[in-house]
Design a protein around this ligand. Structure first.
Ligand SMILES: [Ca+2]
Length: 377
């Protein structure tokens, strides 16, 4: 299908949806939670030549968005990049990279390769190779040594831009004040360094999204810490204490229905194109989880975070919190303690600011179906 035909199908479907009264509104519940309600469906029916035909409509952002993606690119970041590249009304101004899942050079290559596969020419900027404190960062990938399943997928034809990630972020935000959203999929070292260099400009970011924290569940790096925060808790502390609005999608937003089974990935792999690319990139995670937890499944934290940020009707509920990041060198390193707004604590503790919105409910059952539609588009 060429682009114009695809565009017309999407427009037609949305007009049809509008006629049956689609609505998507923000509301505040009595306990202070933000809630989105939507009766929109990501599939729409149309009548062609007297025959009913159901067509899948790609998930989209109804508002035009300008985004910067900050990533430590491995398999699940790759899926998130593909989602962003393929979601309607989203302009990726640039992709900034840090070490995390894999070392910086490998993460940059993974980002470039993924964008090429997705047909996206957004520029890529290399950022931090070490943690915010300057310590060499130990990388760890559950996606194989190259972060992409060790399937020899990585042959990008482009290279990263000369400009540093921090300079790109600051110059871009300055040129588009209160218009740019930053979606962070890895340790937020690049963002913390940008806050250090020019905090006033970083306050002109429209909104920050973070795949980070364990939400209200357990961690994956340790029992209390989620991987991205654990890899640079000092950087995360800079972000949470800056006072900017952050929406965090924690590790507890990955219910089983968002995970792929080995059989599902095998089915994707034979389809070729982006489906095969993602299936191969995730093969390392299947192997890791089979050994670590006895389950041959692949969850996609960054993909889910991107869906929360960009897809209309996917993020259903958030809880405003005050976030306190633990940075002492002990078993609690990387834990984020979430004080909920509107919740009375026996200690009587309250805070001036509850700028850290934590995802508590998503349309998780739609994630895989929508992602597969994107991979096949
Ligand atoms: Ca990541």
């Amino acid at each position: 299908m060429d682009n114009s035909a695809l565009r017309w199908k999407i427009i037609s479907a949305f007009l049809a949806a509008a006629l049956v009264g689609v609505s998507c509104t923000w509301a505040f519940t009595s306990n202070g939670k933000q809630e989105t309600t939507s009766n929109s469906s990501l599939t729409a029916s149309s009548e062609i030549s007297g025959q009913a035909e159901t067509e899948t409509v790609l998930p989209m952002s109804r508002e035009k968005r300008k985004i910067i993606i900050d990533t430590d690119t491995a398999g699940d970041d790759a899926v998130a990049l593909i989602i962003a590249a393929k979601t309607q009304n989203v302009e990726i101004l640039g992709v900034t990279v840090s070490a995390g899942n894999v070392k910086l050079e490998q993460a940059v290559k993974n980002a470039l390769m993924t964008l090429e596969m997705a047909g996206c020419d957004a520029p890529v900027f290399a950022g931090a190779s070490a943690a915010y404190t300057g310590k060499e960062r130990e990388t760890f990938s559950v996606y194989g040594n190259d972060g992409m399943g060790d399937k020899d997928l990585i042959h990008p034809t482009r290279t990263a831009e000369e400009k540093s990630a921090v300079d790109f972020i600051l110059e871009t935000v300055k040129a588009n004040p209160d218009e740019v959203e930053i979606i962070a999929l890895g340790p937020v070292t690049n963002l913390a360094l940008a806050f250090d260099k020019d905090p006033e400009t970083m306050k002109q970011v429209k909104k920050y999204w973070s795949m980070g924290t364990s939400g209200f569940g357990l961690g994956n790096a340790t029992p209390v810490a989620e991987f991205n925060v654990y890899h640079d808790a000092e950087a995360y502390k800079v972000l949470t204490e800056s006072g900017v609005p952050v929406t965090a999608i924690g590790f507890d937003m990955l219910p089983e229905e968002t995970s792929f089974t080995k059989e599902e990935l095998d089915e994707l792999e034979v389809k070729g194109g982006l489906s095969e690319f993602v299936a191969k990139a995730f093969s390392g995670l299947i192997e890791f989880n089979t050994e670590a937890i006895g389950l041959p499944i692949a969850a996609d934290a960054d993909g889910v975070a991107m869906a929360c940020a960009l897809w209309d009707g996917y993020l259903l509920e958030t809880q405003p919190c005050h976030a306190a990041v633990m940075t002492d060198d002990n078993e609690c390193y990387g834990q984020v303690v979430l004080f909920q707004e509107g919740h009375g604590y026996d200690s009587g503790v309250t805070f001036d600011s509850y700028n850290f919105d934590v995802a508590t409910k998503t349309a998780s059952k739609t994630f895989k179906e929508n992602l597969i539609s994107i991979l096949e588009s």
